[in-house]
Design a protein. Structure first.
Length: 589
């Protein structure tokens, strides 16, 4: 199958073109390879002339020797420069490819990450690009110079003695025909290896990130068995590769050794019969080495090429994932009602989570959602952030459809605090300024920390805001992570506040402080709060009650208490819980 149409090779060609290498750098590199190869072909001819002159005149020619030495030194210098240029070309391509891959992956829909372990695309960005870089930096030079040496050597040898050349050419062709089936098999094995390695890397990344869960659940034995199973699979594939290479190498070596023996034997006979000069015979041997080593290099290149083709196919699969939809409409949230009209949504082909949802978030007002677990409020928050597209219905910001909006521009006007309050590894400051266009002043940071009831905690830390919080903020308590997320949200000065159970992990004193901060932050902003706490619900301008993805009631607290039994039961239950918690927190006398 031609290179451009074979699926693996077409993917590799496509990936290499995406890296946008500069034509000037490619031209310089190819020119260096040609010059270095030309000098390597010239050295045997200079050796032949020197030996023939020595044999004929019985006089040592220093000028011929210096010319030979100059050719050898020049070839070595050119090879070093060539190696540097190829390394630069390969690493530039790797840099461009990694940047483009990350930009593509980070802009994929949230649904892609729902079905993909985070370590999988990370493995492709790091390891698969490394495989392609190795092909460009290390194997391409060997292939090009080897190919030029083969063609040049055969051309020169044909004129030196066509009979020896014909024998050598036949041996090389037979060796290539013998290894072709093996290279195809190596390509398939390489693709399976890379898929298995990526799967193992993804699992290891997740397991190490959840090491506390594994320890507390005493699941290390179970996980160890899974790792051993995956490692065994990798071992099996590795041994398949070893066996394939073990069968291929003897064929290549046998063909090469047979050609060497044939050339040496036949050449020695011609010298003995004085049908060939000693200089020509030595040149033939040197050219023979110029053929033997390139044949070995080309066999290695074939294996590396097929491995890179497998890596390129994996990268092409990643590039084939469509990016998230980004409209061109730069809508403004401030002063606009947000209306959800007949909103229907379900994950993939699963049952609908939201069913015919109609809701209005009044501009500058606070709206609360009360829902039983699984009622769909988290899904609603995701839709309001543009993470998913509704199956039916639409979300309007004023009169503009959110589906047509520039989501990055829209999200820059929103602030979201999740119930689990995710925190990135790094310092407290890194997490506070995440996503901000401009770094806040010290006064702005202090104000946000005060409003989120975090300033007192930060002031007790020896390194203050430069304190490292660990992976996923593991050194912080749940309440501290939530207050950190709230402070980060307040620094954005959003027009739309989305607060999902913000006070769920806080003690009573912190909750009172943050309730006051939230009341201040919500003034003049459209705010949507999902909460179970009675105090949060009472302060809302409008309350929606959700059950099984549907709105079953709306109004203020007093109206819902009178008109909706489900709401009254939920509030009564919550009120009893809060009373019990308050009683339990009293000191024992």
């Amino acid at each position: 199958m031609p290179f451009s149409t074979h699926p693996n090779y077409a993917a590799l060609w496509s990936i290499l073109r995406r890296t946008k290498p500069t034509n000037a750098l490619i031209a310089i590199t190819v020119a260096l390879i040609i010059c270095a190869t030309g000098l390597s072909l010239w050295v045997p001819l200079l050796t032949k002339a020197w030996l023939d002159n020595l044999s004929a005149t019985q006089q040592f020619s220093w000028s011929a020797l210096f010319g030979l030495a100059a050719a050898l030194i020049g070839g070595g210098i050119l090879s070093g420069v060539q190696y540097h240029q190829l390394g630069k070309l390969g690493n530039l391509q790797k840099r461009n490819l990694r940047n483009e891959l990350f930009d593509h992956v980070v802009n994929l829909p949230i649904a892609f990450f729902d079905r993909t372990l985070s370590g999988e695309p990370a493995n492709r960005i790091v390891k698969d690009t490394e495989i392609i870089e190795d092909l460009v930096s290390n194997q391409t030079a060997s292939m090009l110079s080897g190919l030029l040496q083969l063609l040049g050597s055969f051309f020169i040898l044909w004129f030196l003695d066509w009979r020896l050349t014909a024998v050598l050419f036949l041996a090389i062709v037979l060796s290539f025909l013998a290894i072709l089936p093996f290279t195809a098999k190596l390509a398939a094995i390489s693709k399976q290896q890379q898929d298995s390695e990526a799967s193992l890397m993804a699992n290891l990344t997740e397991w190490f990130a959840q090491i506390r869960l594994l320890r507390s659940a005493t699941a290390h034995s179970q996980i160890n068995q899974e790792v051993q199973c995956k490692v065994k699979q990798l071992f099996t594939l590795a041994m398949q590769e070893v066996r394939t290479v073990a069968m291929m190498s003897p064929l290549v070596n046998t063909a090469i050794m047979a050609s060497i023996i044939a050339v040496l034997g036949f050449g020695a006979t011609l010298v003995a019969k004085q049908q060939m000069t000693i200089g020509t015979f030595v040149a033939f041997i040197m050219f023979l080495l110029n053929i033997v080593f390139p044949v070995m290099q080309l066999s290695l290149f074939a294996a590396a090429f097929n491995k890179a083709a497998g890596a390129a196919l994996r990268l092409a699969e990643l590039f084939a994932e469509p990016k998230r939809h980004l409209g061109n409409l730069q809508l403004k949230i401030a002063g606009q009602d947000i209306q959800l009209h007949n909103l229907n949504f379900g994950y993939d082909n699963n049952a609908a989570v939201l069913k015919g949802l109609d809701m209005t978030l009044a501009a500058g007002k606070t709206t609360a959602i009360v829902a039983l677990s699984g009622g769909g409020k988290s899904t609603l928050f995701a839709l309001l952030q543009g993470f998913y597209q509704a199956k039916q219905g639409a979300i309007y910001i004023g009169t503009d459809n959110l589906a047509e909006a520039d989501l990055d521009h829209y999200l820059a006007q929103t602030g979201y605090v999740a119930q689990d309050a995710p925190v990135l590894s790094g310092t407290l400051r890194d997490n506070l300024v995440l996503g901000l266009d401009a770094l806040p002043s010290a006064e702005q940071l202090t104000s946000a920390l005060n409003d989120a009831d975090l300033y007192e905690f930060v002031s007790t830390l020896p390194q203050g805001l430069e304190t490292f919080v660990g992976e996923r903020g593991v050194t912080l308590s749940g309440g501290q992570r939530q207050r950190l997320a709230l402070a980060r949200c307040l620094l954005r000065k959003p027009n739309l506040l989305l607060l999902d159970e913000v006070t769920a992990n806080l003690d009573a004193l912190s909750e009172t402080r943050i309730q006051h901060a939230l009341a201040q932050a919500a003034q003049g902003r459209t705010t949507l709060i999902a909460a179970h706490r009675l105090s949060t619900i009472l302060s809302a301008d409008c309350i929606y009650v959700m059950e099984f993805g549907k709105i079953i009631g709306q109004g203020n607290h007093n109206a819902l208490m009178q008109q909706l039994p489900q709401y009254k039961q939920l509030i009564d239950k919550q009120f009893r819980l809060e009373q019990q918690n308050s009683y339990d927190s009293l000191p024992v006398t």
